[in-house]
Design a binder for this molecule. Structure first.
Ligand code: ADP
Length: 367
């Protein structure tokens, strides 16, 4: 394994020599630079793990060097060397990205300890980043596997079934046709589940915030009601919407927020009773718009509420209701991206209230 490398940037030659001596004894590879410009240049070739930077130097000061060190390698551990009188400055340098600071005068032991600690910290940070990267790679592989190895062949199967059903592959006896029809229904359901899961998995990938636009939330709520009504036309549940907000402009992704509302209204209908209702009420708080989606349905027990929104979590009683427990997970992720929140209140057999909190669009000039 390569020796850890330490760079010291300090215009005080005595300090440089002393640090050099102590740290080379520890079997580190050590270099010194006596001004900021050459110190920064050394970083490119020497690629140190830890850099000691004197705050008070002629020319480029430590405070000027610090942000540039981090730009070169975000895992470098910069440590500021400072006189007693400049503790405030040291705090300031931590804000600029220093990992720690070493007040003068310091003992060899203090130098050894702070260096060891910075090296350990660097290893831990790099390992965390590596694991994060690995996890992300596995997630991407899984998404691509579901999409190509599961979804694509299923689409092909569905297309073959449709060819048989259309009669263009020849006559099929009635009894066989019924079986093929059932197969078609099952495969279509399976595809829907896969597509919903893929949607959930991809929400995180889309850099939505770059594409956020301003729009009127009330209009999207009304459209969502229409979409759900069309899909659940037969069920005898009334949906009513009231808005107490004059200006309901928000900034976000219109289609994604529509997905939030269609999920909540759809659930309000699905888990309701015959002749029940779903009431939507939009109102405002100082920086937030709130939409309550209240229903007169079966309700949710206190024990179940905290688990809603976990992927694939369904309440046991729902065996016969269509669904796979992904809707609320999608809702939560979308709200998260928008800086919003979901709050759930419910009483078994009485009904539930799902409250969506969304930040109001900031007026120009506001912080
Ligand atoms: P599903 O596709 O199963 O409906 P969701 O993530 O939308 O998945 O919902 C998860 C679970 O939360 C459902 O199985 C249901 O038990 C419960 N739930 C969601 N909305 C309501 C509601 N309005 N009333 C009662 N239970 C609900």
């Amino acid at each position: 394994m390569e020796k850890p490398s330490i760079l010291i940037i300090d215009d005080d030659k005595a300090i440089c020599d002393a640090c050099f001596q102590v740290l080379t004894q520890e079997q580190y590879s050590v270099e010194v630079s006596q001004d900021g410009v050459s110190g920064l240049e050394r970083i490119d070739d020497f690629k140190p793990d830890v850099v000691f930077i004197d705050l008070m130097m002629p020319g480029l000061s430590g405070a000027e060097i610090l942000p540039r060190v981090r730009e070169k390698d975000p895992f470098i551990m910069p440590i500021v060397i400072t006189g007693f009188a400049t503790i405030d400055r040291a705090v300031e340098s931590m804000k600029l990205g220093a990992y720690d600071f070493l007040p003068k005068p310091f003992t060899p032991e203090q130098l050894r300890i702070i260096t060891r600690r910075a090296l350990d910290r660097r290893c831990a940070a790099m390992e965390t980043a590596r694991l994060h990267h690995e996890k992300e790679r596995m997630r991407q592989n899984f998404i691509s596997m579901v999409s190509h190895e599961l979804r694509t062949p299923l689409v092909a199967v569905m297309q073959y079934l449709e060819v048989i059903l259309s009669g263009s592959a020849g006559n099929v006896a009635d009894a066989q046709l019924k079986i093929v029809e059932r197969m078609n229904v099952r495969v279509t359901e399976l595809l829907k589940i896969i597509d919903r899961w893929l949607k959930l998995a991809r929400i995180e990938d889309i850099h939505l915030k770059d594409e956020f636009v301003e729009f009127d939330l009330s209009a999207v709520i009304r459209e969502s009601i229409d979409v759900v009504r069309e899909a659940t036309g037969k069920k005898n549940v009334a949906v009513v919407f009231e808005s107490g907000v004059a200006n309901s402009t928000v900034c976000g992704d219109r289609e994604m927020l529509k997905e939030v509302f269609t999920n909540l209204i759809g659930n309000g209908i699905k888990y309701n009773r015959e002749g029940g209702s779903v009431s939507l009420s939009l109102y405002e708080k100082p920086d937030t718009l709130v939409l309550d989606v209240s229903d007169t349905g079966v309700g949710i027990s206190e024990a179940d509420i905290p688990r809603l929104g976990e992927e694939f979590y369904r309440i046991k009683r729902d065996a016969t209701a269509p669904g796979i427990g992904i809707g609320l997970a999608i809702v939560k992720k979308i709200l998260d991206i928008h800086g919003g929140e979901l709050e759930i209140e419910s009483k078994l057999d009485k009904g539930s209230k799902f409250s969506v909190y969304l930040p109001k669009r900031k007026t120009k000039g506001a912080a």
